[in-house]
Design a protein around this ligand. Structure first.
Ligand SMILES: Cc1ncc(COP(=O)(O)O)c(C=O)c1O
Length: 385
């Protein structure tokens, strides 16, 4: 057995199940599950019809490099979205089967055993798993801390997530500048997870992306930088497993080599559907409108002793609780039949604190009425404490 497998941590959803084991929910109330970040708005018709029109693709082996048309559609989207002067579809873009596998596989590509890997805290657990299975050691940067406060010696890879899951926070240009300077000085690679980039509340303020920040700061060729994006949230198609990475051509060349052996080529049918999805923005605006509507109805319902801020991006509420998050989540399930994710399950104790403690992550993925109902039940519990 690979000895590093034993170092993997239980996944947050396993911890949710363990937290609720033996607890029965009130059967009189309709169950509402907001614990999982799975988009639930309908998959756009244009994506479905592009997929079914391309079923002939099932008869061929796809190449890991992907179709030139897909890389061109992805590059054209990224150039439009991030005002990039250049992004070469031949060398600076690669299709991936969703950002999750790519974030994991990228760690296996760039890390040598013994490396240190910087992860945000709280964070998406795949970063930690990628580090551990590569024989590296994760190092956590607690929410609210600056990149400059870390000891970067021995760091080979830094994962960042903007808009952040679960916080919804977006990195600004100053933070990118600091991170790029540290990468130049210490030589580490930056993996920028931007799978929530298209879910934001202010149409006039799309979240800043890594490539955009690099371009604005005059960095040519995106040295040591790769961004990860996905159709899962943008186009409500998590089952399609489609995304792409873009950035440093030399890194992507090695990543392609790794992927060729790993066998992670994207089905040609999915590639065709992905071209349709990356080439249309109307469905993405409609998707944002639905989330904006939910935030507008739900945020005003949250009052003391709970607290939540409007996020800059993503589809989560990151709610502060007056008592221990896991205890609150258990009572919420037992008394109100609502399932949410305790924040401490999404973070590690670092420098003496777990930055997810006394927080809940609530995914606003259910229909509007259910999201409102869930938050109302949460308030009833909070006010009864
Ligand atoms: C922060 C973050 N990154 C990556 C992913 C993976 O998404 P996908 O593989 O569907 O692109 C998720 C999914 O929930 C996520 O929350």
């Amino acid at each position: 057995m690979n000895p590093f497998l034993a170092r993997l941590q239980p996944y947050p959803f396993d911890k949710v199940r363990a937290n609720l084991a033996g607890v029965s929910a009130d059967p009189a109330l309709k169950p509402i599950d907001l614990s999982i970040g799975e988009p639930k708005h309908p998959t756009p018709a244009l994506v479905k019809s592009a997929l079914t029109s391309a079923l002939d693709g099932l008869a061929q082996y796809p190449r890991s490099l992907g179709l030139p048309e897909l890389r061109e559609a992805a590059a054209a989207w990224a150039k439009r979205r991030y005002s990039l002067s250049e992004l070469d579809p031949a060398t600076q873009v690669l299709p991936v089967n969703g950002s999750r596998e790519a974030l994991f596989a990228f760690g296996q590509t760039v890390l040598a055993p013994g490396a240190r890997v910087v992860c945000p805290n709280p964070f998406y657990q795949i970063y930690e798993g990628a580090a551990l299975l590569a024989g590296a050691t994760p190092v956590f940067l607690n929410e609210g801390r600056r990149f400059e406060e870390l000891d970067w010696r021995g760091v080979q890879l830094a994962y960042v997530c903007s808009p952040g899951n679960p916080t919804g926070r977006v990195m600004d240009l100053e933070e990118w500048k600091a991170l790029f300077e540290l990468s130049d000085r210490h030589g580490f690679v930056i993996a920028s997870d931007e799978c929530y980039s298209e879910i934001y509340l202010d149409e006039a303020q799309p979240p800043l992306g890594a490539l955009e920040a690099a371009e604005r700061l005059g960095r040519k060729g995106f040295p040591r930088l790769v961004m990860f994006t996905s159709l899962s949230k943008r186009s409500n198609s998590p089952g399609m497993r489609s995304g792409f990475v873009a950035g440093d051509a030399a890194l992507l060349k090695s990543f392609l080599l790794y992927r060729t052996y790993h066998g992670s080529a994207m089905s040609l049918s999915v590639q065709r559907a992905s071209i349709a999805a990356w080439s249309d923005e109307a469905h993405v605006r409609e998707n944002r409108r639905l989330y904006a509507e939910k935030y507008a109805s739900v945020l005003p319902l949250i009052r003391k002793p709970l607290r939540a801020e409007k996020p800059q991006g993503g589809f989560y509420l990151w709610i502060e609780t007056p008592i221990d998050d896991a205890a609150f989540a258990r009572r919420l399930y037992q008394q109100y039949n609502v399932t949410v994710l305790p924040g401490s399950y999404l973070a590690r104790e670092s420098q003496g604190v777990n930055p997810g403690k006394n927080r809940l992550r609530v995914a606003l993925v259910a229909p509007l009425a259910e999201c409102k109902e869930a938050v109302q039940r949460m308030m009833q519990l909070a006010q009864s404490l």
